[in-house]
Design a protein around this ligand. Structure first.
Ligand SMILES: Nc1ncnc2c1ncn2[C@@H]1O[C@H](COP(=O)(O)OP(=O)(O)O)[C@@H](O)[C@H]1O
Ligand SMILES: [Mg+2]
Length: 454
């Protein structure tokens, strides 16, 4: 036993649309056909009755003028005319008309005379065609004129009309249904193509876009939106892949270094100065640890999607002083001079790490000294770390903020990091609603972080 509701739900969109519209169309067509047939029938019978009544009226006029001929020549549409006297006897008739038996008698005659309406009559009993439309009109002296018109021709015409409708309506319905099937199929084709495009993307995992239909309709917008999304996903995936490969690359050199040191040491255990080996291995381990820490910080910043986890008031002034103290024996002197207390809202640990990265870069590159400055600029707090080193060429000042970007590739192994420092600086600043940028300090570099004031 098939559940019709379930069956219906399982049909495709196209089938459902076509079936629904065909059903509505069928109802409308049947109603129209019926209305049409009914109207045609009524109006043709009306015309026939009017012509019979006109014929009868002509005869009544003749009777009232006392000029009744016999036989009566039929005029108008009536085929047979009889004139009866008060008692129902036939006084005159049209040629071929019955002279003994009236077409209407008794009660039929009385009511026909009274209401003047035409009625059906089987003419076969009188040797006339079947059926007839008969009217009876009163004339002077209680006489009655009966006029009959043949319905046969009209009936044949009506039958033709009905036959045409009965055959034509289903054909029309099928044609309209087929047209609907084609049109709806055409309208749904872009969706099919979208699906096929998506299938290809899934199947080949290559950079692809969905086909965008030419018509500027909902499907077009959908395809464009989905393509935007695909583009962003692709970018994210590319970034992710680059990150993984860069990370692997960065991991390789300290690991290779540790391995070499240990292999050499184990090959000649007696001649080995073990504390030296341990120091070398420790340095590489610290490098690895720092890389892991930096990657974790960046991953957290990515996760939080531009919002710092903690939003506590942070005194930048105090933060800068402790940051200066945290570099106990810097390569060059670090001059930290905070002025008025400047407070921002955010994550103290994150802001400290940001500052450490800047001071670390500056002390590494400075020739004679580093200055850390704190200032207010409108509704912003500005922290600047200034060195007098070689600086960074204008063209590279944006690029160095990207992850794993190092300009001094050839530097010795234990200097600096993996090129994640400035990326952490900028992303931390942005997470706090601010930004970071580099300018020329002539000589040297000025790294500035701008944060919204608390
Ligand atoms: N104060 C500076 N003076 C000159 N170059 C700098 C300075 N700070 C950073 N750089 C350059 O920018 C690059 C990226 O810095 P960073 O992201 O901190 O990475 P890392 O310190 O690990 O090399 C550095 O490799 C260096 O070439
Ligand atoms: Mg750095």
């Amino acid at each position: 036993m098939v559940d019709p509701l379930r069956w219906w739900r399982r049909r495709g969109l196209r089938a459902r649309l076509v079936l629904t519209s065909a059903a509505v169309l069928a109802l409308a067509l049947v109603a129209l056909a019926w209305l049409f047939g009914y109207t045609v029938r009524r109006s043709t019978i009306g015309t026939l009755d009017a012509s019979a009544r006109r014929s009868a009226g002509d005869v009544v006029t003749l009777i009232n003028a006392n000029r009744l001929p016999d036989p009566i020549l039929t005029t108008g549409g009536a085929s047979t005319i009889q004139v009866l006297d008060r008692t129902g006897r036939i006084l005159a008739a049209s040629p071929g008309g019955d002279r003994l038996v009236p077409l209407l008698d008794g009660r039929d005659l009385a009511s026909a005379r009274r209401d003047g309406r035409a009625r059906f009559l089987d003419g076969r009993a009188y040797g006339l065609p079947e059926p007839l439309r008969v009217v009876a009109l009163p004339a002077q002296n209680g006489q009655t004129v009966i006029a009959a018109a043949s319905y046969e021709q009209v009936r044949d015409n009506l039958e033709t009309v009905v036959r045409t409708l009965v055959i034509g309506t289903p054909i029309l319905l099928v044609l309209l249904g087929a047209a609907g099937w084609l049109v709806i199929g055409g309208a749904l084709r872009p969706i099919t193509e979208l699906r096929r495009g998506a299938e290809e993307i899934t199947g080949t995992a290559r950079s692809r876009r969905l086909p965008v239909p030419e018509a500027h309709d909902e499907v077009h917008d959908l395809a464009a939106t989905l393509n935007d999304m695909l583009g962003r996903l692709e970018q994210a995936e590319t970034r992710q892949r680059a990150l993984v490969s860069d990370t692997a690359h960065e991991l390789r050199s300290p690991l290779a270094s540790i391995r070499t040191q240990l292999e050499v040491a184990l090959d000649h255990p007696d001649r080995q100065h073990w504390p030296e080996t341990a120091t070398g291995v420790l340095a590489d381990t610290l490098r690895l640890a720092r890389l892991a820490d930096d990657l974790l910080v960046l991953a957290r910043l990515d996760e939080r999607d531009t919002r710092p986890a903690v939003r506590e008031p942070v005194d930048l002034d105090a933060l800068i002083r402790t940051a200066g103290e945290r570099h106990p024996a810097p390569r060059v002197p670090v001059d930290v001079r905070g002025r008025a207390p400047v407070t921002v809202r955010g994550d103290a640990a994150g802001l400290t790490r940001m500052l450490d990265n800047l001071i670390d870069n500056a002390t590494r590159h400075a020739a004679t000294g580093v200055r850390v400055r704190l200032a207010r600029a409108g509704s912003w707090a500005e922290v600047s770390v200034i060195d007098d080193g070689p600086g960074i060429p204008e063209a590279d000042r944006e690029r160095v903020f990207a992850r794993f970007t190092r300009l001094d590739e050839g530097r010795s192994r234990d200097e600096g990091g993996a090129g994640l420092g400035l990326a952490i600086v900028r992303e931390t600043a942005r997470a706090h609603g601010g930004d970071a940028f580099l300018t020329d300090a002539a000589p040297g570099l000025r790294a500035t972080v701008r944060l919204p004031l608390h």
